[in-house]
Ligand binder design. Structure first.
Ligand code: SF4
Length: 387
């Protein structure tokens, strides 16, 4: 036993850098300084933790000598102290109840309230927060409509241009306009549609080259040469749907001396086994990801994949996420109206794990927010965690 006396009561405290999750039948404490965690399904421990997270208790509760001696509690506190996640203090050695500041997520589960509080309705702040726009282009893109819309956006956005630029009438005009902007500009297109940008367009352009399988080796080699003749940053994105694709992508990386690349899993409708093996999260994946208190709060408030980002389709329709309904059109809505609509009634920026089965899972706020895969596959729990 930790105690030497028999009648001492204790103040039980949890350190402020510890994130606490509680469900009906278990608790999980995570030390955000070193990633160490404690899990328990002991009833008495769950009850104790429930008490300590009550806001009015401020992270400190009284632990009677009798409670302290109970094996479940005593073992838990021993582990907690060993991992520097909490402590017990002899009541006789403390002048009153100690003060501890446990971090509380205090948006009442609704970031919309915060947006209103920051005077979003007046429109003064909205544009400052927008961080990224993806412009999808094809032969129907109308530069005459698009450029005035882009002029209404803040100057520091990341701009992605997605698709085959050469299909766009007057695409040089679009590139000339983008070249004037201080923003980062990323051209995202298949390796079959890479065009030469330099020396005409020099300012902050980069390339993301999509590689589909089966690979057109001739086109890949041709585009590689074209890109190597320029000095733009390049990333290759291999769109893999099987282990064979992954294997082949690695060979291509070696063969072409590709420095920066990523493998992007593509769901085809009949490769769920590939996803289960390579994309679905395990408990080990989840708990080995380093998390800060801010990360936990962000997961409870917003979808970090979509937040403050918009997508413009070739016909001018604007989406927060292309898998949800359009918010408006560049010809009929201002960017202010679009953002206001998404904050007020949209489904993308605030899409979090607040629905079953994630809503009752102990890892609810450990898991990253739902991505497009959850929408496309049609389920939230892309994981191997059994509840
Ligand atoms: S059920 Fe949801 S929250 Fe729980 S581990 Fe799976 S994906 Fe994450």
């Amino acid at each position: 036993m930790i105690s030497k006396k028999n009648l001492t009561n204790y103040w039980f405290t949890i350190e402020p850098y510890v994130y606490i999750c509680i469900t009906d039948n278990c608790i999980l404490l995570y030390n955000t300084l070193d990633g160490v965690f404690i899990e328990s399904d002991k009833i008495k421990v769950i009850e104790l933790l429930r008490e300590i997270v009550q806001e009015e208790n401020c992270g400190v509760v009284l632990l009677t000598n009798e409670q302290f001696k109970q094996k479940e509690i005593n073992d838990f506190i021993r582990e907690l102290r060993g991992k520097y996640m909490g402590d017990v203090i002899d009541v006789d050695l403390s002048k009153g109840k100690p003060v501890q500041l446990l971090p509380f997520f205090n948006l009442s589960g609704d970031i919309r309230a915060l947006c209103k509080k920051h005077n979003f309705a007046s429109g003064k702040k909205i544009l400052e927060f927008l961080s990224e726009i993806s412009i999808y282009v094809d032969h129907s893109t109308n530069i005459t409509n698009l450029i005035p819309f882009l002029q209404s956006l803040p100057g520091n956005l990341t701009i992605n241009v997605v698709g085959n630029l050469e299909n766009v009438v007057d695409y040089v005009e679009l590139l000339s306009f983008l070249d004037q902007l201080p923003s980062s500009k990323n051209l995202i297109c298949p390796c079959t549609n890479v065009i030469s940008l330099q020396p005409t367009f020099e300012n902050n352009f980069s390339y993301s080259v999509l590689v589909h399988f089966p690979v057109d080796m001739l086109q890949l080699g041709h585009s590689r040469q074209l890109l190597l003749n320029q000095t733009l940053p390049i990333e290759y994105v291999f769109e893999v749907s099987s282990l064979d694709d992954c294997q082949q992508a690695k060979q291509l990386v070696e063969q072409f001396g590709i420095e920066k690349y990523q493998l992007k899993p593509i769901y085809t409708g009949d490769n769920i086994d590939f996803f289960e093996e390579n994309v679905f999260l395990t408990k080990e994946d989840i708990l080995s990801t380093s998390m800060s208190i801010e990360d936990f709060f962000a997961n409870q408030a917003m979808n970090i994949y979509d937040f403050w980002k918009v997508n413009v389709m070739p016909n001018g329709d604007i989406y927060a996420n292309v898998n949800h309904l359009a918010l408006g059109n560049i010809c009929t809505h201002s960017i202010h109206e679009i953002i206001y609509k998404e904050v007020e009634e949209g489904k993308s920026w605030l899409r979090i794990r607040n629905q079953a089965p994630c809503s009752t899972c102990i890892y609810q706020w450990f898991c990253p927010p739902p991505s497009d895969y959850e929408i496309i596959i049609g389920r939230l729990d892309l994981c191997h965690v059994k509840q």
